[in-house]
Design a protein around this ligand. Structure first.
Ligand SMILES: Nc1ncnc2c1ncn2[C@@H]1O[C@H](COP(=O)(O)OP(=O)(O)OP(=O)(O)O)[C@@H](O)[C@H]1O
Ligand SMILES: [Mg+2]
Length: 228
């Protein structure tokens, strides 16, 4: 499923600044591009702006100034009505999972496909396949509170990837997991990346990328540290 590389970065931030009320500068003049198929870690201490950067990319916040391009399209120019379609290019994995507690595992994952209008059969096929690939084959009827933290995190990943988005944004996806579960999540991300998915993985945990050859972007007080 590797897309043809047309040379356009899949994500670009151009001189992006984000200020929150009370003059908090969460991101200060960030310029950064990710190539298609890249796996990039985003790191930095608490409050350095990692989550803010991801929020700008999944449309949860807007930049105060600067431009963001996804697949070469300036997101400022996307009409409100087209945003949901565009948003589906991006799967998001949150640290706190954000699973719906009153829906079972199958339905949590199916929701992402229901809104797109897949048929009942297509949904069943895709959801079961993704649950199996994440080792959750027998867990479809369970509710989130009946699962371990690691299992809940895998459901959150299943939900993010079930519609096969070209981009995965992961915000501290291993923050609540022990080291074995953490390695599992890293393996899943590696596998998705090997299939062509671009991954931006935010974590303050340096151990996750120690010794890796993957790119590491470091933030400090909203600025990118020199060297990248
Ligand atoms: N909604 C908000 N309103 C006001 N300030 C905010 C808001 N969200 C984040 N901030 C501030 O912006 C700065 C960057 O926060 P952000 O959550 O992006 O950091 P982070 O690197 O993800 O931190 P952590 O590692 O703790 O998750 C911090 O000073 C934070 O207090
Ligand atoms: Mg954060």
């Amino acid at each position: 499923m590797i897309e043809r590389d047309d040379g356009i970065p899949i994500i670009t931030l151009a001189s992006v600044t984000k200020r929150y009320p009370h003059d908090i500068v969460a991101l200060d003049d960030i310029t950064l591009s990710l190539e298609k198929g890249e796996f990039c870690f985003l790191t930095g201490p608490s409050g350095s702006g990692k989550s803010t950067l991801l929020k700008l990319l999944y449309f949860a916040e807007q930049p105060t100034s600067g431009d963001i391009f996804i697949e070469g399209i300036n997101i400022k120019t996307i009409k409100e009505a087209h945003k949901p379609i565009f948003r589906r290019k991006i799967g998001v994995v949150f640290q706190d999972f954000k699973l719906l507690q009153d829906r079972n595992v199958f339905d949590n994952v199916a929701l992402a496909l229901e809104v797109v209008g897949f048929s009942h059969d297509q949904i069943a096929y895709r959801v079961n396949k993704v649950l199996e690939s994440l080792g959750l084959g027998g867990k479809g009827r369970r509710f989130p509170q009946e699962l371990s933290g690691g299992e809940q995190q895998r459901v959150a990943i299943a939900r993010a990837i079930v519609n096969r988005p070209p981009i995965i944004l992961a915000d501290e996806p291993t923050g609540n997991l022990d080291s074995v579960r953490t390695m599992e999540v890293l393996d899943i991300m590696d596998e998705l990346n090997a299939r062509g998915t671009t991954i931006l993985f935010a974590t303050h945990d340096e151990r996750l990328f120690e010794g890796t050859r993957r790119r590491v972007v470091r933030l400090r007080d909203g600025r990118m540290e020199v060297g990248y």
